[in-house]
Ligand binder design. Structure first.
Ligand code: HSE
Length: 433
């Protein structure tokens, strides 16, 4: 078979990783693809000392790559959504296939990009956009194709998980750990994307659309970051047998689809509760297979390159077959995609951890539990902490599952009690059973 020629746009962390792994594993990659994979051109504004491009055709203008008639596959690794979107749409217009690691681009503009690609009969592959090196998109689209997916929950931001782990295990300062994640090349150019959950939201939207067969709806994700987690909540969670993880959760229920990213307490005995550092994991529950767990490095040069190259190899293999036999972008055939309703967070159902400052006197606990019970929320556990010399104590409750708006209404009534000061902290709890 004739060689497949690729053009790499962007030589940052992932671009240089991809360049190096292709050079190092050339024999295996070509043997798997069934043809030679050749880096025809690299487009990068500047060199990266992490890779030696002295024998390559390098252009300082990434758009040269999409115009190059010899390039079959454009590998978009520049990130962002403005230039990257123009680049990808131009590549498609020029009849080129695209491989991208750009989750923001796919989550926000995927519907438009896929439509353009389908019109031109080319493919946009994006395995590296979610969970770095874990082949989760392939697993969902192909390996689990026989299942109705019920829900999935994932630790899908390595930087956030790294920060939470270091703070919990070493008591390190938030800003200090974030700086380390940036130095290691894990964090986004704008690290608020990591800590405020936007990066995880991008990835969750992609997973949810593939799991349930619906167009991408980034504007509907509920997103809450990790910056407000207090050390005392981490300690109380431990005491109750839980870990706090920043999860992306999507679940299909009778009236729609839950799509939410937030700190979540999960039982410590779950495997996913023990996924630490920059590692990612996605737990998928299919009706036939049951729960399945996918684990691996969620960020970094070579783990992400691993997914980029898998897409290149898949495309190269498909060139010898009919284009209509390729796996569709979201796994479901286009005419089978459904416009499912995404539920607002107030309509989602989960259990809760509640923490409040209460006067240390008889009858307060019963006032709180009465409000919860009158709101139809039952209680799973209660802890009241003694604090010497203080007239107030932290009161911690774990509830059973309830619809969020019920919980918010009850929290408002609790906050209005004379014996409670400040607001009621709530962290969502999932058993992931
Ligand atoms: N900033 C992302 C993370 C990189 O930390 O997970 C991989 O998408």
């Amino acid at each position: 078979m004739k060689p497949v020629k690729i053009g790499i746009c962007g030589l940052g962390t992932v671009g240089s990783g991809t360049f190096n792994v292709i050079a190092r594993n050339q024999r295996e990659i070509n043997a798997r693809a069934g043809c030679d994979i050749i880096i025809e051109q690299v487009g990068a504004r500047r060199d990266n000392p992490a890779c030696d491009t002295s024998n390559s055709n390098v252009s300082r203008d990434v758009f040269d790559v999409v115009k190059n008639p010899n390039v079959d596959i454009v590998v978009e690794l520049i990130g962002g959504t403005s230039i990257a979107k123009d680049l990808v749409l131009q590549a498609i217009e020029n009849g080129k296939h695209v491989v991208t690691a750009n989750k923001a681009l796919i989550a926000e503009f995927g519907n438009e990009i896929f439509a353009a690609a389908e019109k031109k009969g080319v493919t946009v592959a994006f395995e590296a956009a979610v969970a770095g090196g874990i082949p989760i998109i392939k697993a969902l689209r192909e390996g689990l194709a026989g299942n109705k997916i019920e829900w999935l929950a994932g630790i899908i931001n390595g930087t956030g998980n790294f920060i939470l782990t270091e703070m919990r295990d070493k008591g390190r300062d938030f800003a200090d750990v974030l700086q380390e994640a940036q130095d290691l090349g894990y964090a986004e150019a704008d690290p608020t994307f990591d800590v405020e959950g936007i990066d995880a939201a991008h990835k969750l939207v992609i997973l949810s659309s593939i799991a349930f067969g619906m167009p991408l709806q980034f504007d509907k994700v509920f997103t809450e970051g990790i910056s407000k987690i207090e050390p005392q909540d981490v300690d109380f969670a431990e005491e109750l047998g839980y870990s706090i993880k920043h999860l992306g959760i999507t679940r299909q229920v009778d009236n729609g689809v839950e799509l939410r990213v937030h700190p979540t307490m999960i039982p410590k005995k779950r495997l996913i509760a023990n996924v630490d550092g920059v590692m990612n994991a996605v737990l998928v529950k299919g009706d036939a297979v049951g729960p399945t767990l996918y684990y691996g490095a969620g960020a970094g040069a070579e783990p992400t390159a691993s997914s980029v190259i898998a897409d290149i190899v898949d495309l190269a293999r498909s060139f010898s077959g009919a284009s209509e036999n390729r796996v569709s972008h979201l796994g479901f055939n286009n005419d089978a995609l459904q416009e499912l309703t995404i539920l607002p967070i107030e309509e989602c159902e989960t259990a809760y951890y509640l923490r409040m400052q209460a006067d240390d006197k008889p009858g307060v606990l019963s006032q709180v539990t009465t409000i919860l019970s009158e709101s139809g929320i039952s209680i799973e556990a209660v802890i009241q902490k003694e604090q010497h010399g203080s007239a107030q104590v932290p009161l911690i409750l774990l509830t059973n599952r309830a619809i969020e708006k019920q919980l918010l209404q009850a929290a408002e009534l609790i906050e209005a009690l004379d014996a409670i000061s400040g607001s009621v902290t709530h962290i969502r709890v999932e058993t992931l059973a």
